[in-house]
Write a protein of this length. Sequence first.
Length: 263
Amino acid sequence: MIENWQIPLLMTTLAGLATLIGGFITFFVNKNNLKVLSLGLGFSAGVMIFVSFTEILTSASDLLKSYYPKTYSWMIFGGFIIGVIISKIIDVFIPDHVDEEMFSKSNESAKSHAHIKRAGLLTAIAIAIHNFPEGLGTFLVTSQDLTIGISVAIAIALHNIPEGIAVALPIYHATGKKRQAIWYSFWTGMTEPLGALIGLGLLNWFLPQAFVGFLMAIVVGIMIYIAFDTLLPLSHEYGDWHYAITGIMSGIIVIWASLLLLN
């Protein structure tokens, strides 16, 4: 049984609830003016990339080395590849965005609100599915190292804010109902603690502790894919590459300094 599993579950839940922040922002700030999100997304990407390669992979290697001294490096490499493949498969079959043509076409039709609402629903479903492995990864990392886990949870939370906007904006635009828009943004984030609960069950009842290192390598593959496929493009969308690069370097510097201070 994993000890102190409540804290990793709490961190994962709080990261998931960040979609609510995005939902509320929708009512007060225009999406095109969210320059601060560009910096925040770049910051999140910088944290995830740095922590993945410098901390999580190191922890995974330490966990596997004692069990598989000759093959642990290849297991780490294989886990990373599997994480990337999993992310790519999800991305291919369930893209985490809705084509802008859906919005432009809907404006030309008499059923514009229905089309826009459908776009919001599809976005909510896609983001909910994408958030599931993020929740699993956040829980897994936090259960092994609280300091690193907090960094990952913050990065995931920052990246969940624009996801909440992506869900709430079309729903609110189509229905005019704030409560409904908030409700959808809330449930898309709640798949993250669901992923954490699945991870807790797997580690407690099915998977040996020696396998945790391999799972962490898979998490790294997922996190790196998210950083390059989702966070950086969104950072550019909300601002420009100067904002994105500034955010990335700030994330790396801040998380590096915080880890040094904590150690």
